[in-house]
Design a protein around this ligand. Sequence first.
Ligand SMILES: [Zn+2]
Length: 387
Amino acid sequence: MLKSLKTEVKPTPEQRVTLLKAIGTCRFVYNLFLAEADKRYEEGQKYMGAYDFSIWLNHEYLPRNPDKRWIKESNAKAVKQAIINADSAYKRFFKNQSGHPKFKKKGVNEPSYYFVRNGRNQPIVCERHRIKIPGLGWVTLKEYGYFPTETNVIHSGSISLHAGRFFCSVLVEVPNPEPVKPQTEGIGVDLGIKSFAVVSDGREFPNINKTRKVRKLEKKLKREQRRLSRKRGSHEKNSKKGKDSSKRYNKQRLKVQKLHYRLDCIRKDYLRQMVASLVKAKPEFVAIEDLNVSGMMKNRHLSKAVTQQNFRGFRDFLTRKCKIYGIPLRVIDKWYPSSKTCHFCGRVKSDLKLSDRTYVCESCGRLIGRDLNAALNIRDTMRYVFA
Ligand SMILES: [Zn+2]
């Protein structure tokens, strides 16, 4: 199976220039693809896939726009990949799998610099402290020994730019895992806002967004964002001081990006820790709810909390980890009333409110924490599919 690894890299000043230029070219070509596809769609012309677009770019667009010849100066494979990505994004949109692809914006959602190995003869070489990237040469890794150094295990990779730092991801071939022998009974996990997760074995993972550290950072982010939007006003209006104020604006934007990045890291780290501690005991299976996230997002009061919790990210991490350890992951039918059913007698209490933190059964008289009751039901129900 293929595994993705990511670490920060330290390009030289020359490599930075090459990378920024290539990323800029990829952004331009990606956006050109979307604009051209939109235009053709409106004019009722045939859609142009990645292959046809490349031909059009070289034989029609560039001859007509000689001022855009700089497109050819960047690594051709990286540019080609940007075209392929735009094509796939547009096709997903056609298949109704996603909304209209977004145009890439400088400093916001920059495209990545892609590289692939050139057959078996020209593999991507990696040493303990550096990786040789087509079009760039040797690039220094920040974390030594994180990427595999055996020949021919790196398939492809990309370099991306986040908050002023460069990161390299690689796809490597790793052997398929042996299924583990289960050592503990299966577990059910109930996800929520009050606590992030309550496990059927009684464990509880608090909501990290309610900790002081995260709340303080969120507050700081809000403050810096306000400052940024004030600077945006002055840098657009004030043409005389334009250069100075746009410099200040960019500096402020980087500050905001860095805060976003820090919060993102804290939250992702927490998700990883939770997932690791769930699979560590090697349970027979893990069962989770099929959360109707898009339904929850429509609830104005819940949507921010749900975004911050990143349930989808949690599920992705869990799916990946379970696959690696060979632990079956059960996804419970979303119509199964896990909170409303009494775990002891099976009675369904249809008028259970979100504010009822304790489940009191009128039928058998038992009393149990709301989330623990749900987690136990999730563990024991047969209404599931495998992820
Ligand atoms: Zn009961």
